[in-house]
Write a protein that binds this ligand. Sequence first.
Ligand SMILES: NC(=O)c1ccc[n+]([C@@H]2O[C@H](COP(=O)([O-])OP(=O)(O)OC[C@H]3O[C@@H](n4cnc5c(N)ncnc54)[C@H](O)[C@@H]3O)[C@@H](O)[C@H]2O)c1
Length: 344
Amino acid sequence: MTKTAVLAGCGAMSKGWLKAVLEAPKLAGRVEVVGPVDLDPAVAQARADEFRLSGAAIGSDLDAMLAQTKPDLLFDVVVPVARHDVVATGLKHGCHVLSEKPMATSLAAGHDTVALARQVGRVHAVVQNRRFISGVRRIRQLLGERGAGAIDGAALRFLHRRAFRRLPRADGECAAARHGDPYAGCGAVHGGQDAAGGLLPRNQSARLWYGHGAAANAIFEFSDDVVFTYRGSWAAEGANTSWESARRFVGTKGSLLWDGEDSFEAKVVAGDSGFLRELTAIEVPEPADLAQTHGHASVIAEFLAAIAENRQPETAGSDNIKSLAMVFAAIESAGTRQRVTIAV
Ligand SMILES: NC(=O)c1ccc[n+]([C@@H]2O[C@H](COP(=O)([O-])OP(=O)(O)OC[C@H]3O[C@@H](n4cnc5c(N)ncnc54)[C@H](O)[C@@H]3O)[C@@H](O)[C@H]2O)c1
């Protein structure tokens, strides 16, 4: 049965959402967008025109739009500072809500959102589109099969140069929150282990066009003793990584490297003598399910499947809050220069 959806926030990212909903074969005919809403109704109208949402109501007041259209779903693509109120409004109207990331601008707001979703018995999930790409699914497959043995170390590098406008301090902290997705990087390894502690030794204003927080180096320790290091910069001149970041996993049998694009290097120990053991290359398997490799379209499909099966989706807010906790712990650690215990 087709679900109806209101789309809140019709800026840049909403285009990707509408393309996924209207054009991805797996989503064809499954969602009807009945009401694009934006603080600026002209922006909502323009997006509706672009995607030929001819029967849709156009609005600037989310509460009124939800009362008018009574949709099954709310797609939340607003700016992070508006997220908490937008999600709460959707949940109070009985919608299942799928939010853009980050899920909140504070841990307290994240907890509040998770509690409200639980209270009203609706699904709230976050678009972690970078979990739903081929490379990450392939890594997950190999590590799940213990191809490199038990993992004890993981590292992620995201190094880019972006000349964004100068960010004020609060936005700078959000920019830090947007440094890739640490938990997604680790989620590929862990399947359920939570970060227990974090240290962020440096979070500096690396380049003049940023007010704050352009680079971050963090160390996270997980509850199963895996250590995950994260190095991110939006102001790295030269030698940039892929947008998906470069990753390395170290296991008891071998190591796996991914350049964030098409290149993998997976090697395991083949010999049992000598100071340096002989290594042999192993295949990195294809993703178990190709349908899980299409970014936003795959996240939306998983969200719909979870609703239909009365379960939590892979990127449920109740899980994503662990990512958020890592980010805020890192920001706190940068301020205090102390290790922070992460508790969600
Ligand atoms: N998943 C990804 O890869 C990815 C990439 C970039 C941005 N994002 C996230 O997507 C979200 C949107 O980013 P964007 O680049 O589209 O921003 P944007 O500024 O282009 O668009 C946001 C829109 O939301 C509207 N808005 C704000 N508050 C609202 C409210 N209360 N009700 C209705 N509309 C409201 C604004 O008027 C604006 O048009 C952000 O959370 C951002 O972090 C995700």
